[in-house]
Write a protein that binds this ligand. Sequence first.
Ligand code: ATP
Ligand code: MG
Length: 377
Amino acid sequence: MGGGQLGRMFAHAAQAMGFKVAVLEPGQDCPAGQVAERLIPGAYTDQSALAELAAQCVAITTEFENVPAGSMAWLGERSFVAPSATCVSIAQDRIAEKRFFVDCAPTSGVMPAPHKTIASHADIDAIDDDLLPGILKTVRMGYDGKGQVRVRSREDVRAAFDAMSGVTCLLEKMLPLAYEVSVLTARGADGASVVYPIAENVHRDGILFTTTVPGPNVSDACAKQAQDAARAIVDQLGYVGVLCIEFFVLIDGTLVVNEMAPRPHNSGHYTMDACITSQFAQQVRAMARLPLGEVRQHSPAVMLNILGDVWFEGNSDTPREPAWDRVLALPGANLHLYGKDDPRRARKMGHVTFVAPTLATAQASLLKACAILGIPA
Ligand code: ATP
Ligand code: MG
């Protein structure tokens, strides 16, 4: 379900193991549709498209976080579907997700940020002073920092809530972040699970900018705590497939769980070049009910997201072709482009991962790539 770059890289991994892939996607000329054996055009709720997918596939998964849970449930009655509609619906709804994290805290040992549901003006009047300043986030359909407003006062919350046409929101306390990490996990239908090395993420303008593994700021104790928490969370969810959990590490060292993605994740792209089993190959194994693969990382790695911005000269509208020849001449470079014809600013077009014997070498290549591509480092 879904024809974006995550579906494309999943299809590549499935095909490498001899499987054939069908993609259901509403848009035209999608990255996964270019490589899948079959493309079923249609809305995610289109009954005949769903029926065709169920008839053609022995296993069905999603690459699109906001796939209607009802469609996953319907497919689940006709084929093997993972993750389940229930898991997907929790991850799609910030309120359900936060509630789940709180329920999980006795075993995971981590809590989400203090928060409150904002569904009416009365809710705004009842905001505890301690929740401000905060971030008002739409409960559904948020990604890459979209649907989020930073708020300092109740008046700010009211203005932001009204500007979002009164859709239900979640107010989260603004926490003092030292850095951000994510933990990629996979769990098989037999309940066996694996946890990848912890990844340190830097965001820019709400979009993932780089992922570094091992994370320069991550202590062994923090890594262990995040990995243990992730294992507890996937087990309690009864999850099947690849799941990525994002955490904040606060200035005082406290680990806070932020959100989870019920699919391979941008911060896990480094696994394609630096781990024994990539996150996409892992998803294929989980779908085919094969043993999960080793998650061992064989080389330090840094991943740089490539946004549409690099197809333009500076801040102008003048198009240019990025100097891939120079990027690929850098030590340890692995370029992945997603087959999108239309570069737009802030659109994810690809990524480049640098793998090297030492993290310092990989980071040096990343800095040079930023200079070549005109990305402020
Ligand atoms: P994505 O789907 O791209 O991961 P998103 O739009 O779903 O992002 P979040 O991950 O919740 O949203 O938030 C985006 C970024 O905003 C975070 O990575 C973090 O940098 C910042 N942020 C979010 N919540 C908080 C908070 N409570 N305190 C401080 N910073 C926050
Ligand atoms: Mg996030």
